[in-house]
Design a binder for this molecule. Structure first.
Ligand SMILES: NC(=O)c1ccc[n+]([C@@H]2O[C@H](COP(=O)([O-])OP(=O)(O)OC[C@H]3O[C@@H](n4cnc5c(N)ncnc54)[C@H](O)[C@@H]3O)[C@@H](O)[C@H]2O)c1
Length: 257
């Protein structure tokens, strides 16, 4: 018995990093997973998420999707429902960043990051709730949303102004939806990763950034994508009952210090 047997999930940003780990874990727990991303090749290299799920005997589809475009989110959820009949879990994970402080950030950079990280999450949540409201509740719940925020939604993201502001928005967006749609049996929570090592090039794996993260993280290692996948599994499953509007930190104690 998997924790998500007979559940249908959509995961955005599912080709790489944390989204990939979440999609793989959901599929391993029995979910039918629709993978949404602007690219299918993982940023870190290796087989696509779809290939890995199918090789393990799971069930998934990939739908090329830019989360910042309403028409594409609309088509994505439409596809999931057409294929699998309903939508149980929506994971809004896709995000981008610039690594620029306020003075270095152009209007175009600001608009791109806010469009993907915040408007994309609004679109993902809105379209998911529209679908979930048409569904009969299962175990008291019509559908669950898991948003991937960040510890940088609560404290500043040094030198990454548009990203930090966008992540602050994701935490409040999550609370807002949880409160406004609780009576309709929609569950909405966030996962706030601390520093999780992924294969992406550039600032995220720069030795100074890693050093800073190690100093901030009490636990004696940095995070793994699987750590976040475990938390996303809990929030996507019926184990998380009477839990809504939270921002679950997966940060090795970063925010406790
Ligand atoms: N890695 C960390 O340490 C860390 C820490 C805190 C929060 N997070 C959050 O976790 C999530 C995943 O981060 P990651 O480290 O795995 O990043 P990543 O860059 O490795 O992967 C992000 C994925 O999202 C996709 N994507 C980007 N723009 C998109 C768009 N417009 N539409 C659809 N897909 C798009 C990319 O193609 C990529 O596959 C993000 O929300 C990020 O803010 C990560």
């Amino acid at each position: 018995m998997g924790m998500l047997d007979n559940k249908v999930a959509v995961v955005t940003g599912a080709s790489s990093g944390l989204g990939r780990a979440i999609a793989l874990r959901y599929a391993a727990e029995g979910a039918r997973v629709v993978l949404a991303d602007v690219r299918d090749e993982p940023i870190e290299g290796g087989a696509t998420t779809l290939t890995l799920i199918e090789a393990a005997g799971g069930s998934a589809f990939f739908v090329a999707t830019d989360v910042g475009q309403w028409a594409e989110i609309d088509a994505l959820i439409g596809f999931a429902v057409e294929r699998f009949g309903r939508l149980d879990v929506m994971v809004n994970n896709a995000a981008t960043y610039t690594g620029t402080n306020m003075l270095e950030s152009s209007e175009a950079q600001w608009e791109r990051v806010l469009r993907v990280n915040l408007t994309g999450m609004f679109f993902g949540c809105k379209r998911a709730v529209q679908q979930m409201l048409t569904q009969e509740p299962v175990d008291e719940v019509r559908g669950r949303i898991v948003n991937v925020s960040s510890q940088h939604g609560m404290v500043a993201s040094p030198g990454d102004f548009p990203y930090g502001v966008s992540k602050g928005g994701t935490v409040q967006l999550t609370r807002q939806i949880a409160v406004d749609h609780a009576a309709e049996l929609i569950v909405c929570n966030a996962v706030a990763p601390g520093k999780i090592i992924t294969g992406k090039p550039g600032a995220a794996n720069d030795p100074h950034a890693l050093d800073y993260s190690r100093r901030r993280t009490p636990w004696p290692r940095l995070g793994r994508p699987e750590d976040v996948a475990g938390a996303a599994l809990f929030l996507g499953s019926s184990l998380a009952s009477f839990v809504t509007g939270i921002n679950l930190m997966v940060d090795g104690g970063w925010m406790a210090g």
